[in-house]
Design a protein. Structure first.
Lengths: 353, 320
């Protein structure tokens, strides 16, 4: 007897291949959404107590538990960060708060680890299920560091931790003995090669307490060039809580920066490090993906997906075909069974009457 | 015992692949050597995860539509499920905010309530009622945690709700207890070798948790939405009972095995509509299977509804 092919299975598998190839999402985000309202005033990028922040509904976001140096501690509370966001049409500000009983803002000694918080934005479209980005889909990371915040005021060096230290000699500097030499004391910057090359970590002064990074898969975390470090940060510790404000222009010219537009949905995730717990690098607490939505200005009809020019700049030629041809066709094919089901339901209700 | 519909079995397998590959293995790949063959294998794994997600999403949508189609007398359930499917498709283009998100999660809660009511209305042993109750309560707590932020936005509240994290914590506790409850109700006939397998899985988790607590915590948050705030032995125990329940369900041809897989893939506080549908379908399968098994007249009634397509298709896949 001739076996008929199972057309349902073939159709489903074919649809899967087509939808994956054209990157058509069939799942929508239904997790937490942080809405950034529009404000006309200047954003409070240096004032976490500003009443403007009350215009944004804060989200309490749980983080993964962390037991690095105290594995036997049975902490039965969920570690969380609270996040708010505002925008004024040209800049966006994010206020992130979390509980931390200790202020760890120095990394001079080898045993010191900093408090830090990071926000991650995937640059590729589609479900971002990869912590450090995927090949072909980078993530833009804004990493605030407590020691960088402290160094905005004064650079910390070995003598900050050991004020009674003695120095025999610092060659190529004009520093008096026995004090340590500051970068400005060097007669030739080439004797500070990292600094001379513009290495961000070796910078003599800090322009921002936030490091702007990009990652495209594990082991690829890279700081953006010095000229591309365009995220401002402000951090304040109030005894029990860190409050950190990230701010940046909505539209960035850097190729690896996330670009924001009103009305569009963005994914972001948070990570926090507690220096007192020895947390650093991959030893951190992370959150799930949270959606960020910038509310349009009152009276302004914001385009659904942001400015068309920006969309084109972020998408390849293949996706243009999807948006104008394949997408509507596929959406229609998916809606057909839904419509049929609805008709059947309506018929059944009618028959019962 | 009523055989689990084919569509749900396919969905459970696709969900398992999507969960293990797309949300778990690729994240754990951070430890592998970064040689060219390994990178190529990682890219292949990533593509497999994307295919699994697409397949699982497609099957989840089709399953919910099929459940709606075959909804029987429960028109409210059918209408709400249709609304959830429509909202999930619309929200891919127009983000649900404020009232939209609030109504979406409220509708999900009502669906869970209706399914529990169906289960409680039938004659069922007390431990089965408790099992379904614990499963449903975990989903309720998680969706209440997700519902509070849009509710705050609608009400114009600035501070996060003080109930959000407690709901999350309660939801995680109930989520961890769900395998125990399901095992107690349906999985006690599991063979001894299932316990050996479960012990190995639990030991593996315990070893990873003790040696790499950070990575395991991150992995759990990314793959299942669990923060691991409870003492880790509880999670190991829950994992073991889940494995035993799956084995017991498969051997007895009871939907609880597939339900357990779908619930694990759904995770806590699902981020995607697909994951939310996993959980709803799992609950429906658990509730409806018992209903069908205890009411042979319902079985014939469901199977007597003529499908639109005489070829083997969605309609027969739900009753075969």
């Amino acid at each position: 007897m001739k076996r008929h092919p199972n057309w349902t299975v073939i159709l489903v598998l074919a649809a899967t291949l087509v939808l994956t190839f054209f990157r058509v999402p069939l799942a929508s985000s239904q997790g937490l959404t942080l809405v950034a309202p529009y404000v006309e005033q200047d954003l409070p990028i240096g004032d976490p107590d500003s009443p403007l922040w009350q215009q944004s509904t804060a989200l309490a976001i749980p983080l993964s538990a962390q037991n690095v140096t105290r594995p036997m501690t049975l902490e039965t509370t969920v570690r969380t960060v609270s996040a708010r966001a505002l925008h004024d049409g040209s800049r966006i500000a994010l206020l992130v708060e979390w509980s931390d009983g200790t202020k760890n803002d120095t990394t001079v000694r080898a045993e010191d680890f900093r408090d830090a918080v990071a926000v991650q934005f995937p640059l590729a479209e589609g479900p971002p299920f990869f912590c450090m980005g995927q090949v072909g889909g980078n993530v833009n990371i804004w990493h605030w560091k407590a020691d960088w915040e402290a160094e905005l005021t004064a650079r910390a060096d070995v003598d900050s931790a050991y004020p009674d230290m003695y120095v025999d000699q610092y060659p190529f500097t004009s520093a008096a003995e026995p004090v340590s030499a500051a970068p400005a004391d060097y007669t030739d910057p080439n004797y500070l090669p990292a600094m001379a090359f513009g290495n961000l970590l070796a910078a003599a002064t800090r322009a921002s307490s936030v490091e702007d990074l990009v990652a495209g898969g594990f082991g690829t975390l890279t700081a953006e060039p010095l000229a591309g470090q365009n995220v401002d940060g402000f951090g304040e510790w109030s005894g029990e809580t860190w409050r950190v404000i990230f701010s940046r222009d909505l539209r960035s010219t850097e190729p690896d920066d996330v670009r924001f537009a009103a009305g569009k949905l963005y994914a972001m995730a948070f990570a926090a490090w507690d220096g007192a717990n020895g947390e650093r690098n991959g030893q951190k607490s992370t959150s799930q993906w949270v959606s960020l939505q910038l509310a349009p200005a009152p009276g302004a009809a914001a385009p659904l997906g942001g400015a068309p020019a920006e969309q084109t700049a972020q998408r390849g030629w293949l996706n243009e075909g999807f948006y104008w041809v394949a997408g509507p066709v596929i959406a229609t094919l998916l809606l057909i069974p839904l419509l049929v089901g609805g008709l059947m339901l309506a018929l059944r209700i009618y028959e019962k009457k | 015992m009523q055989r689990t519909p084919d569509l749900i079995r396919w969905l459970a397998l696709a969900a398992l692949a999507e969960w293990l590959i797309g949300r778990s293995l690729t994240r754990a790949a951070i430890y592998i050597p970064k040689s060219a063959p390994m990178l190529a294998a990682f890219r292949g794994l990533t593509l497999a995860g994307q295919l699994a997600l697409t397949l699982a999403s497609l099957l989840a949508l089709l399953t919910v539509v099929a459940i709606t189609w075959r909804g029987g007398r429960n028109l409210a359930l059918s209408a709400l499920l249709s609304a959830l499917v429509a909202a999930s498709l619309v929200s891919m283009v127009v983000p649900l905010g404020g009232w939209g998100a609030l109504l979406y999660h409220a509708a999900t809660l009502i669906v869970v309530g209706l399914l529990v009511k169906v289960h409680l209305d039938r004659a069922a042993v007390r431990r089965e009622k408790w099992a379904v109750g614990v499963t449903a309560l975990a989903m309720v707590a998680a969706h209440l945690y997700l519902l509070l932020p849009p509710a705050g936005e609608v009400l114009g509240l600035a501070r996060p709700s003080s109930l959000a994290i407690p709901f999350f914590a309660i939801g995680e506790l109930l989520f961890v207890l769900t395998p125990l409850a399901l095992w107690w109700a349906y999985g006690r006939s599991a063979p001894r070798w299932a316990w050996a397998v479960a012990g190995l899985v639990a030991a593996g988790f315990a070893g990873m948790r003790l040696s790499q607590p950070s990575m395991v915590g991150i992995l759990a948050m990314w793959s299942s939405g669990l923060s691991l705030y409870l003492p880790w032995p509880l999670y190991a125990l829950s994992l073991a009972f889940a494995v035993v329940t799956v084995v017991a369900g498969m051997r007895a041809r009871h939907p609880v095995g597939w339900t357990m897989i779908l619930l694990a893939a759904a995770g806590l506080a699902p981020q995607l509509s697909t994951q939310a549908f996993y959980a709803l379908i799992a609950l429906w399968a658990l509730v409806s299977a018992e209903a069908l098994a205890s009411r042979p007249d319902l079985v014939s009634a469901v199977q007597s509804i003529p499908p639109l397509n005489p070829q083997p298709g969605l309609a027969r896949a739900l009753t075969r």
